[in-house]
Design a protein around this ligand. Structure first.
Ligand code: HEC
Length: 102
């Protein structure tokens, strides 16, 4: 019994950890907590802004702050050899943020 307990426990912990991680990843991918979660814009936003971190909620910042942050994120993308969003993609992100920013 003691042996069984000590072997099943790590699995239990691992299972709980994996379930938690899967939840975070799913929430991040689906952007379920974002405004209009089923809209194409929310999808696009979480696709473009969820590569390096979980996509941030638009309410976290004012539009003025977002403009500054988007420039900063361009630099972060360039640093990692990633192409920053082109004009069309950028406008789409800005439109989505404008509708939902603080
Ligand atoms: C190439 C990776 C990458 C991508 C893509 C990216 N970010 Fe970031 N982001 C970062 C890093 C790294 C940080 C940590 C803070 C820093 O280094 O500036 C960060 C931090 C942030 C923060 C927190 C800033 C703070 O301190 O409050 C916000 C908000 C944010 N990103 C928004 C966005 C948005 C919106 C997009 C999509 C346009 C985006 N990010 C795409 C790398 C990225």
């Amino acid at each position: 019994m003691v042996l069984r307990d000590s072997t099943s426990r790590p699995c239990h912990v691992l299972r709980r950890y994996l379930a938690g991680a899967a939840l975070v990843i799913l929430a991040g991918c689906a952007g379920a907590y974002l405004p209009q979660p089923d809209s194409e814009d929310a999808h696009f936003f979480s696709l473009r802004c969820g590569v390096c971190h979980v996509p941030p909620h638009p309410k976290r910042h004012t539009m003025a702050e977002w403009h500054h942050l988007l420039e900063l994120m361009d630099v972060r993308m360039e640093e990692r050899g990633m192409a920053p969003p082109d004009d069309e993609a950028r406008q789409r992100i800005i439109d989505y943020l404008e509708r939902n920013a603080r």
